[in-house]
Design a protein around this ligand. Structure first.
Ligand code: HEM
Ligand code: HEM
Length: 165
């Protein structure tokens, strides 16, 4: 069943979008910065957890109430199918990041040292299965967001949004 996109659904979209992009930027900066920054790790955990929990709320709404109706005025059947698949992936991949992120912290037993400021560095996560999943899911999500933003720009330039978004 499709329900019409209310302003609260749009607010949820832009809140998740901002938090997710923040989590991607802090995540890649974290793993590519020497020396390790505990402040960046904590910022990443706050952004990632908030994005992941809100993505879970959106997925529950999707499963119980259906997807919000598209705001695009016209699409071919192929574009529509592609759009639906990318939107489904954009709802689900953040959940993989939530699970694998929590998995890394739990399996390595790092919660206490992160909280009390004695966490030594990212070596604690090397070789853990959730770390590989987190890395792959982050790359996939970055690619999907790129595709999604290009599609939004393309539709906007061609006037497919009737005064919305
Ligand atoms: C960065 C810039 C972004 C732009 C310009 C953008 C734009 C849009 C637009 C215009 C729509 C409506 C499309 C339609 O109704 O057919 C939409 C829907 C959607 N977007 Fe984005 N978006 C962005 C980022 C993101 C991010 C980061 C995510 C996921 C983490 C995301 C997930 C979704 C989903 C799941 C939908 C389907 C409707 C819904 O469930 O809210 N978007 N986006
Ligand atoms: C939508 C949510 C999230 C996004 C987009 C995201 C994104 C990222 C990215 C891009 C990286 C760098 C990956 C790499 O270079 O290999 C990273 C690393 C990391 N993330 Fe997340 N993340 C999210 C949620 C979380 C959550 C919820 C947690 C924990 C509760 C978490 C914990 C970590 C940790 C510990 C690292 C360092 C991993 C390592 O050293 O291999 N992330 N994240």
């Amino acid at each position: 069943m499709m329900s019409s996109p209310t302003s609260s659904i749009r607010l949820l979209h832009w809140t998740i979008a901002g938090l997710t992009i923040g989590a991607l930027v802090t995540g890649f900066t974290l793993t590519n910065t020497d020396p390790f920054s505990p402040y960046l790790l904590k910022t990443h955990l706050a952004l990632g957890l908030s994005a992941g929990v809100l993505a879970l709320v959106r997925t529950i709404l999707w499963l119980t109430k259906g997807a919000p109706a598209s705001v695009v005025a016209f699409q071919s059947a192929l574009q529509q199918a592609l759009g639906k698949s990318v939107h489904a992936a954009l709802r689900l991949v953040p959940l993989l990041l939530l699970i694998s992120g929590i998995g890394m912290i739990v399996i390595s037993g790092s919660l206490e040292t992160i909280a009390n400021g004695t966490f030594p560095g990212l070596e604690a996560f090397v070789g853990l299965p959730p770390a590989g999943l987190h890395h792959a899911a982050a790359l996939l999500l970055a690619a999907l967001i790129g595709l999604h933003s290009l599609a939004a720009l393309w539709h906007w330039q061609r006037g497919f949004y009737p005064g919305r978004q």
